[in-house]
Design a protein. Sequence first.
Length: 193
Amino acid sequence: MDSAGRYFVSCLCEVEPVPLPVSPNIVGVDLGLTHLATLSTGEKIDNPRHTARLATRLARAQRCLARKRKGSANRAKAKRCVARIHARIRDTRQDYLYRLSNRLIRQNGIICLESLAVSNMVRNRSLSKAISDAGWSELVRQLRYKGKWAGRQVVAIDRFHPSSKRCSGCGHIAQTMPLCPATNNVRLARQPR
């Protein structure tokens, strides 16, 4: 039983995975926050932002939990309510990533991903919630093991390769790329002349 009050049963069986037929398609995947993944084919996969969708319900449930007396039965009920919302967020994120990784594995023979240090990126206080909500590490993990099962090749590109700074039309590489251009303009406007 998990904290949300749901019971799970695990069954172990040995099954030999069947490789998928050979596919000549090669795709590069650039992970991001505004779009969860941008494919080299030009397709942009939206980031559904599962946490943001249920944020008001979660905040209300957590406020309700904070008001309950410790050790009471009502606190246990409120705690289970918070756990159910967290479980719903986790399950919807997991389902979305499973469907996306299945589609990428079925359609492409070689998948190229950037190797991101997500644990280091989460340390950024302004982006940590959005990065955690996107689930980049989970998507990469699923692509790797599904690629191994299906006989597909999943290639990790060096994280210092300038994929985001390179222009797709002419190939020019920008020297700097700020996180948020709007905040840089505000800072420039406030500097004394």
